[in-house]
Design a protein around this ligand. Structure first.
Ligand code: FMN
Length: 139
């Protein structure tokens, strides 16, 4: 069984393309080492990340991520276990969205980012998961 976990966060300062590239390189190499896979979405200063792998490895990485000063308001939205990976080929897929693209995906006129940090009664219908699901179905 694999553990999966989704969270949202806000960048602490504007992240340059170079900083983002470094963050991704490090993340991919660490995740590869621990056989953790997933996806990171970045738009309008917000990160949405989906991680999956052995529970101890996901917890270990998420503990480091949660303490990272490059972002704050790290809010776990959903976690559980699955017998299949959604991202078997990606140590960390990455997608940068245009600021209005997330709202378009959700069919909203505009997206108040606070909405992404509020829990929904059913985690599976959370807008952050819907944005991820636009790229990989059935998370
Ligand atoms: C938005 C965001 C996503 C991150 N995702 C990952 C990740 O998937 N895997 C990872 O190892 N580190 C990730 N990091 C970096 C960790 O917070 C931390 O800097 C890194 O794991 C430290 O690695 P080290 O212990 O090898 O120095 C992420 C950081 C941020 C801000």
């Amino acid at each position: 069984m694999f553990k999966y976990l989704t969270y949202v966060s806000r960048q602490s300062h504007v992240i340059s393309d170079k900083d983002l590239k470094e963050l991704l390189q490090k993340s991919r190499s660490n995740n590869h080492e621990l056989e953790v896979t997933g996806m990171l979405i970045y738009f309008d200063g917000i990160f949405i990340q989906y991680l999956e792998g052995k529970a101890a490895h996901v917890d270990n990485i998420f503990e480091k991520i949660a303490k990272d000063k490059r972002h704050h308001a790290v809010t776990e939205l959903d976690s559980g276990s699955n017998n299949k990976r959604a991202f078997s080929d990606w140590s960390m897929a990455f997608k940068r969205l245009k600021d209005d693209e997330a709202a378009l995906i959700l069919g909203y006129k505009d997206l108040k980012s606070d909405k992404l940090f509020e829990p929904t009664e059913d985690a599976k219908s959370h807008p952050a998961l819907s944005i991820l699901n636009n790229y990989v179905k059935n998370l």
